[in-house]
Write a new protein. Structure first.
Length: 428
């Protein structure tokens, strides 16, 4: 008997109960492989087969590109879903339908269905092979998107691609946003290795879309895999062709890629629908303004490519002779030196850096970041361990006419945007 068809012995979960259940699965960590996920889909009567899908893989820009593709499709009249990661305040943010997060009640019900399916899968599991947090959440997402009868869903991969839990969908379009040296412990030491893991989601006879600024080694992998699987290859330009409301040069490139992906799916686009999508899409935690006087921005750049993209975009936002103060926290598995160098190397000078620590237990000690800053001959620095006090101090240093940039980790951004309801952030 499937989980979705079984007796309702287990009552529906509330949103808060669903959050606690998912957080409890952090104990099981990450385990690659798709067998558990396939069994979850069987237990749920294969929701992943009840909507068309576009799969978005890559190192940076996945969430933005996913949101943009979904909005373009919605503007063309399709009932469109999206699955994103990570979240900033609530797991429910990861599942969207027609441009809106699902409700807490819908989220609780979806996770309840996934929990019942996970219990069936775990019943026959080997020791240490239980369903993981990301698998349960992905199963809940696919179940809810199918229940809401979306016509197409844009699915953001979590880590890699080949063994990522999302990789049970028969996508007609795959989007490769970019490839950088991240998660090398799991994905391999080179750009080519990482690209191979990501592009492995490509379905035979489907379409692969990537940008012209993709690393040449990744392009070579994409073209080889595309040829092996008889896929159509589409190279997107960097000009979005319309004004893009989301700030930052990197968002214009993301929209150009999203536009090419939507066109690959639909076959042709309506100019007014594309223009409307570009105007309304905003991405939480990406050059998001959270205060003024001084202008205070949060940006979830979490690797060297991300901080370089942030630095590239700052001249659009920081005009005139304004004092710039950065607040930075970085996780211990990141290239912290490369990230700091990327932030310091832009056209806009960072006058002071305030080093802090997010609530994530993997955050590097601020003292370590200060040592790296000095080795890089960076700007003067201060340590304020509490992230909220660090931002308060940065705003004092910037003055009312200055600019504060909070960056380095999505978990730091989550700390800034938290509304007090979160128990703690997911560490996966």
């Amino acid at each position: 008997m499937s989980a979705s068809a079984g007796p309702r012995a287990v009552s529906e979960m509330t949103g808060a109960q669903a959050e606690r259940y998912l957080l409890s699965l952090e104990l099981f960590g990450m385990r690659f492989g798709l067998d558990r996920m396939r069994r979850l889909m069987t237990a749920l009567d294969h929701p992943e087969r009840r909507f068309a899908s576009i799969h978005v893989v890559g190192t940076n820009g996945k969430s933005s590109t996913t949101r943009m593709i979904a909005e373009i499709l919605s503007q063309h009249g399709l009932r469109t879903g999206a699955y994103l990661s990570p979240h900033l305040q609530s797991f429910a943010e990861r599942i969207r339908v027609d441009g809106h997060d699902i409700t807490e009640g819908q989220f609780g019900a979806a996770v309840g269905r996934a929990r019942r399916a996970a219990a069936l899968v775990d019943r026959n599991a080997e020791p240490d092979d239980e369903v993981t947090q990301f698998e349960a959440l992905t199963a809940a997402a696919y179940s809810e998107l199918a229940r809401q009868q979306v016509q197409v869903a844009v699915i953001e991969a979590g880590l890699g691609g080949r063994y990522d839990a999302t990789n049970v969908i028969p996508s007609s379009v795959t989007v490769l946003t970019g490839v950088g040296l991240e998660h090398t412990r799991w994905l391999g030491p080179t750009i080519a290795d990482i690209a191979t893991e990501k592009v492995d989601v490509l379905q035979p006879g489907s379409t692969l879309v990537f940008g012209v600024d993709l690393d040449p080694d990744a392009v070579a992998v994409a073209e080889r895999v595309g040829a092996e699987r008889d896929a159509t290859i589409v190279g997107a330009g960097i000009d979005p062709g319309v004004p893009v409301g989301a700030p930052g040069a990197y968002q214009r490139r993301n929209f150009a890629l999203a536009r090419a992906a939507a066109e690959a799916y639909l076959g042709a686009l309506e100019p007014e629908a594309v223009r409307a999508a570009a105007a309304v899409v905003r991405v939480p935690g990406r050059l998001q303004q959270i205060a003024s006087e001084p202008l205070t921005l949060v940006d979830g750049a979490h690797n060297p490519d991300g901080t370089r993209a942030l630095a590239e975009s700052l001249p659009e936002l920081v005009t005139g002779d304004r004092r710039v103060v950065a607040v930075v926290s970085i996780l211990d598995d990141k290239d912290a030196a490369g990230m700091l160098a990327g932030l310091f190397g832009g056209a806009v000078k960072v006058d002071v850096i305030v080093l802090t620590s997010s609530q994530n237990p993997r955050a590097l000690p601020p003292g370590t970041l200060q040592s790296l800053t000095r080795q890089l001959h960076g700007p003067p620095s201060e340590i304020v361990s509490d992230p909220h006090r660090a931002v308060t101090r940065a705003r004092e240093l910037a003055g009312p006419n200055g600019v504060v940039i909070v960056t380095g980790s999505i978990y730091l951004i989550a700390d800034m945007l938290a509304d007090g309801r979160r128990e703690h952030a997911s560490i996966i």
